[in-house]
Design a protein around this ligand. Structure first.
Ligand code: IMP
Ligand code: MG
Length: 197
């Protein structure tokens, strides 16, 4: 019988790339940097909005936002650039939008799980700026710079990683593995099954 707990999920993992402890230390560092960078937002009377991109960023966001020491509001958007599987489609679709009428008073920090081609955050940040946000910056847990297809550099980054398909700590393959408490490399045979003759 198939079970859905992490013990059965872990058998599909080739190696642990980033441990829970490393994620804790990384979010300590990022939260300190972010808290410092946005001091002027509060001093100048604007609001800091921490905009979590569903679903992949939820675990990273929960670990990060509680360590940020300046006042901030939480918002959520759901966007996608990927269909099923591991290939990018090159466009973003908005499934859940940010509905605010005070964008000129907002410094928005977009919280993302991973930057790959760069298309999602390139287009999303462009859109939020066009709508009139005072500022739009990005923090990502992981970055795969070697995969970039558009010019995009995150403002804050947890770890740069090699070109491997990773899951866990929010990241999925076809909606599975998000609940793993670490980031691991998925065994290639899971997403590229061997052809049977
Ligand atoms: P981009 O628009 O190509 O930068 O894609 C970013 C999105 O692709 C992320 O938010 C993830 O949903 C997905 N993605 C990219 N690489 C991976 C990976 O290694 N594992 C899981 N999802 C990934
Ligand atoms: Mg995502």
């Amino acid at each position: 019988m198939q079970t859905t707990n992490s013990y059965s999920l872990e058998k599909d993992i080739e190696s642990v790339l980033i441990s829970e402890q490393q994620i804790r230390e990384m979010t300590d560092r990022l939260a300190a940097d972010i808290s410092k960078a946005y001091q002027s937002t509060i001093e100048e009377g604007r609001k800091l909005v921490l905009l979590t991109i569903l679903k992949g960023s939820v675990l990273f966001s929960a670990e990060l936002v509680k360590k940020i020491t300046i006042p901030a509001e939480l918002e959520f958007m759901k966007v996608s650039s990927y269909g099923a599987g591991t290939k990018t489609s090159g466009e973003i679709r908005i499934h859940l939008d940010l509905l605010r009428d005070d964008l000129p008073n907002l410094d928005i920090l977009v919280i993302e799980d991973i930057v790959d081609s760069g298309r999602t955050l390139f287009r999303l940040t462009q859109m939020l700026r066009n709508r009139g946000a005072h500022s739009v910056k990005t923090v990502t847990m992981l970055d795969k710079p070697s995969r970039r297809e558009v010019q995009f550099v995150p403002d804050f980054c947890g770890f740069q990683i090699p070109d491997k398909f990773v899951v866990g700590y929010g990241l999925d393959y076809n909606e599975e593995y998000r609940t793993l408490p670490f980031v691991g490399v998925l065994k290639p045979e899971i997403y590229a099954p061997k052809q049977t003759p």
